[in-house]
Ligand binder design. Structure first.
Ligand SMILES: C[S@@+](CC[C@H](N)C(=O)[O-])C[C@H]1O[C@@H](n2cnc3c(N)ncnc32)[C@H](O)[C@@H]1O
Length: 254
């Protein structure tokens, strides 16, 4: 079993409050406009449904709901076949959940987390550092603002590289496959990697088989695709394509 972080509430929620508040706001405007035309009942209902869906999804991801967020993160840990010696990198570390899980599981490891931050989640470098201190791993983890599209590291610096649900969010390149290549650039030959993302989104990655072929063509020694969207703990309500319905995982050895 993977060791989990204890102060889970500090790790935020992948469903930002904005995804609930914006449709509620639009529903209120629409409801006011019903005095002009009863047809505004339709958008009012639609916006309330959207807000309701995201509220429920947020609950499912939270520790007090299904705790799905932590379980999805733990899948990356479980698939990472590493001896814990040396340096690991977490690309798009968010609030540091996975970075800190790695540091806790591997007491000899030094772990770096990078993130662009500033997005809708409200994650920050300060929050990562507070979480690391809270979990007593601050002396072995570092956090830095950087983009996954251009990592601030030399070639082959890390013994393990992970990333969880980040590449599809990167806005400074439309070529998501290039983000995997960049992640593998900083991994040592023989180092291990596990990347989880929405790998079933065709216009980002092609098919998972295409992606496996591309990664192998870069000279990667081993790579395997795991269809994590089929994991039994993922509730049906979260299986929409823009949620976890297109999730998958690439793991291997460079
Ligand atoms: C769904 S969250 C996942 C966060 C974290 N990996 C986790 O498992 O909790 C997506 C993350 O991608 C980060 N992100 C978005 N664009 C990025 C970029 N260009 N480079 C690095 N991180 C980025 C966001 O700031 C956010 O923290």
């Amino acid at each position: 079993m993977t060791e989990t972080v204890t102060n889970v509430s500090a790790y935020g929620n992948w469903v930002s409050p904005r995804l609930i508040l914006v449709p509620v706001f639009l529903a209120v405007i629409s409801a006011v406009l019903i005095v002009i035309s009863p047809y505004f009942l339709i958008p009012t209902g639609v916006f309330l449904l959207i807000a309701g869906y995201f509220l429920y999804a947020r609950h499912l991801f939270s520790p007090t709901g299904g705790n799905i967020q932590e379980q999805v993160c733990s899948v990356v840990m479980e698939k990472l076949d590493w001896d814990g010696q040396g340096r690991a990198l977490d690309i798009g570390c968010g609030s540091g959940a996975l970075t800190i899980q790695i540091a806790k599981k591997y007491p000899n490891a030094k772990v770096a987390g990078i993130d662009y931050w500033g997005g809708m989640w409200g994650y920050s470098e300060g929050a990562c550092q507070r979480n690391a201190s809270q979990e007593d791993v601050a002396d072995r983890v570092t956090f830095q603002k950087a983009s996954a599209s251009s990592l601030p590291f030399g070639d082959e610096e890390f013994d393990a590289v992970v990333s969880n649900l980040v590449f599809h969010e990167v806005k400074d390149t439309s070529n998501k496959v290039s983000l995997i290549k960049e992640a593998l650039r900083v991994l040592k030959k023989g180092g291990t990697f596990t990347f989880q993302d929405l790998f079933h989104i065709r216009h980002f990655y092609g098919t998972p088989e295409d992606l496996l072929t591309t990664i192998k063509s870069w000279g990667v020694r081993e790579v395997e695709f795991v269809d994590t969207r089929a994991l039994p703990f993922i509730p049906t309500a979260l299986k929409l394509p823009f949620m976890l319905g297109t999730v998958g995982l690439m793991t291997g050895v460079k």
